[in-house]
Write a new protein. Structure first.
Length: 647
């Protein structure tokens, strides 16, 4: 037996020695990936992550041992560069979106050139450390190749040698698959069978199997045997839900019926700028005046996903949630939607959307017809008399939109998607009117304040033009921010701008992400500040009620904020999974998005309170809505739900 045991160890040693280059290269990658996991704050079960990562690497690279010796080393170096590139892409993406790259986002790689300036702000010189292993691996490869030049045993032309290496490759990859299968099984046993199905709604797989393990699971989810439940059970459940949902009171129903509708989506405008000052000057003076003439919702949250501005548009117009990964505008433009502009179009409105950028960006030109817009006026159709940042300036777009709407007969809807406030927030010096002391803030935050002040000035000119043309009091005007400011703007800097001295807890950082919502009724019939908590999912039912639209023709997850008694908003991106907010509490999801490990904060005191104050029913409500919204979008279920024809 001792002889057999010795022989076994000798075989293992010989196997390891013959493939030491494969193990050596991948060991460096394991160290880098473990470091990335730590830098991203993903933690996890260290041994399980390392083992899974090593097995994924061997599974992907094991076949290289069959190649000619020199080509094999070149292949290993290229494999190292490929995985390093994936790591770098994940790192940059995480800095902006707080997650690694989900596979559906690859459908939007054609937009990278449009956001190159934004990406540059997320890259650091320290990222070059990702290439540090090449300082060891390149010399190692050169020495190994030189030493092997006259080694007959490494002569790849030998049929015996090739057969042996093919067996080695098979062993490496088989063992890797076996270990990964066992890890998947143990993860499912510990976390539940839905852990891989709900890959984008929690970070369990990331923490248990590492970044590469996550990408492999993502690959299987999108291209493997992952059938969606398309049974009638969910459709029936959603029908019961919407019937109850439509029973909400309808105070102010039809108060703006038949009036023109002007929607202005302000780029990167956050709520804390309203009524703020710098150097004694208001940052948003025109918005501040509009607040006094409008219904102003000061607890309105952005709920965007990685589709960012397009998600803000999608939720606003449809009251469906953003996808767990990717943009509905890019991934599901062929669906049938029952949106606000579509309902208004059916009611005899002419429907327009204006945006001073390329029509292809976020596939707007492909999405807008299905949303019910008759006309899309992009930068291709506009006079380019003033270009700032990404495209036609807000001031120019507003001026051209007013002239177009002035010529319309009958009621119209105009959706103005502003642009000048977009990161990196750089505008000409001649347009900078704020007096911001040099060095008081970072360049990006300083530029952000200047850009938002300019955007407010452009909005003021739009309001003046509407008033001059006697259009303002015959129009339902809705102004809102699309999302919080992206780029290297830290919450601590905003805290400093607001001159706050109390501790900046995580839930307060999330509070800063609120965006304004202002609804000016024709003739200023009603005004005042509304403190009810809501989100972009609530826009559709709120505005539809004011316009007197028939709820029986609508499906929506949000609620009419003018009739709701309990505010609520749930989040699935840019924060811990399971996070939600009500009028009274802010719940931060726990590990893997669990309720039991979450934290509950009292919004009035700002202090953490007992967990039970954040009702588990509200936690479950968010999870249910996200799952059902995904089902509707993925299966194009609205025609079945509402009894409307498909496109």
């Amino acid at each position: 037996m001792s002889v057999n045991r010795q022989s076994m160890w000798q075989k293992i040693w010989a196997f390891s020695k013959a493939n030491r280059d494969l193990f050596f290269f991948n060991a460096f990658l394991v160290v880098k990936l473990a470091a990335l996991q730590t830098v991203l704050g993903l933690g996890g079960e260290t041994l399980g992550v390392v083992l899974s990562t090593f097995c994924v690497l061997l599974l992907l690279s094991g076949w290289l041992v069959m190649l000619p010796f020199v080509v094999r080393f070149i292949g290993l170096l290229l494999f190292d560069l490929l995985i390093t590139f994936v790591m770098f892409a994940d790192l940059v993406y995480f800095r902006n979106f707080l997650n690694v790259i989900p596979l559906p986002m690859l459908s939007q790689t054609n937009q990278v050139d449009n956001v190159a300036d934004n990406l540059l702000t997320l890259i650091s010189l320290q990222d070059l450390l990702l290439l540090s292993d090449l300082l060891f691996l390149v010399p190692y490869a050169l020495v190994a190749i030189r030493n092997a030049r006259y080694d007959h045993q490494k002569n790849w032309k030998s049929a015996h040698s090739f057969k042996k290496r093919a067996i080695h490759a098979t062993v490496v990859m088989t063992v890797s698959v076996s270990v990964l299968t066992a890890n998947v099984w143990s993860t499912v046993q510990a976390e539940g069978k839905d852990v891989f199905q709900n890959l984008y709604s929690n970070d369990t797989v990331l923490r248990q199997m590492g970044v590469l393990g996550y990408h492999m699971a993502d690959l299987y989810k999108n291209y493997g045997n992952d059938e969606l439940d398309t049974s009638g059970d969910k459709v029936a459940e959603l029908r019961r839900y919407i019937e109850l949902h439509r029973m909400q009171p309808q105070k102010m129903h039809g108060i703006a019926k038949g009036k023109n509708v002007l929607m202005v989506q302000l780029e990167s405008l956050q709520g804390y700028l309203i009524n703020s000052k710098i150097g004694g000057k208001e940052v948003t003076p025109n918005l501040n005046k509009l607040v006094k003439d409008s219904l102003y919702f000061d607890n309105y949250f952005t709920q965007i996903g990685v589709g960012i501005t397009s998600d803000a548009e999608f939720m606003t117009l449809n009251s469906l949630h953003a996808l767990p990964a990717g943009s509905a505008y890019v991934l599901k433009p062929q669906n049938t939607y029952q949106s606000l502009p579509k309902l208004l179009k059916d009611a005899g409105y002419s429907t327009y959307v204006f945006h001073g950028y390329k029509p292809e960006f976020y596939n707007r030109k492909g999405m807008y017809p299905g949303e019910g817009f008759d006309h899309f006026i992009s930068q291709n159709e506009m006079k380019k008399d003033q270009l700032i940042g990404w495209g036609v300036s807000d001031e120019s777009m507003y001026r051209q939109a007013v002239q177009k709407m002035k010529a319309q007969k009958g009621p119209w809807l105009a959706n103005l998607i502003s642009l000048t406030g977009h990161s990196t927030y750089e505008i000409p010096d001649s347009l900078k009117e704020l007096n911001i002391p040099a060095g008081k803030f970072t360049k990006m935050f300083t530029d952000y304040l200047h850009a938002q002040h300019y955007a407010d000035q452009a909005l003021g000119k739009l309001l003046a033009a509407l008033k001059k043309e006697k259009m303002l009091d015959d129009t339902l005007l809705v102004v809102y921010g699309d999302h919080f400011a992206f780029g290297n703007i830290k919450a601590q800097e905003v805290w400093k701008f607001l001159e706050r001295s109390d501790p900046l807890d995580y839930h307060k950082t999330l509070e800063l992400r609120k965006v304004p919502l202002l609804i000016r009724l024709p003739g200023k019939e009603q005004t005042g500040v509304k403190h009810i908590t809501g989100g972009q999912i609530d826009f559709y039912p709120t505005v539809a009620n004011l316009l007197g639209l028939d709820r029986r023709k609508m499906f929506y997850f949000g609620q009419d904020l003018l009739n709701a008694t309990n505010g609520y908003a749930a989040f699935r991106h840019y924060t811990d999974q399971g996070t939600f907010v009500t009028d009274d509490v802010f719940f931060i999801g726990g590990k893997h998005g669990t309720y039991e490990q979450g934290k509950c904060y009292d919004r009035k005191t700002g202090r953490q309170t007992e967990l039970s104050a954040c009702r588990i029913e509200d936690y479950q409500r968010g999870k249910w809505e996200f799952g059902m919204s995904d089902f509707i979008i993925e299966t194009n279920a609205l025609p079945s739900l509402l009894g409307i024809p498909s496109r």
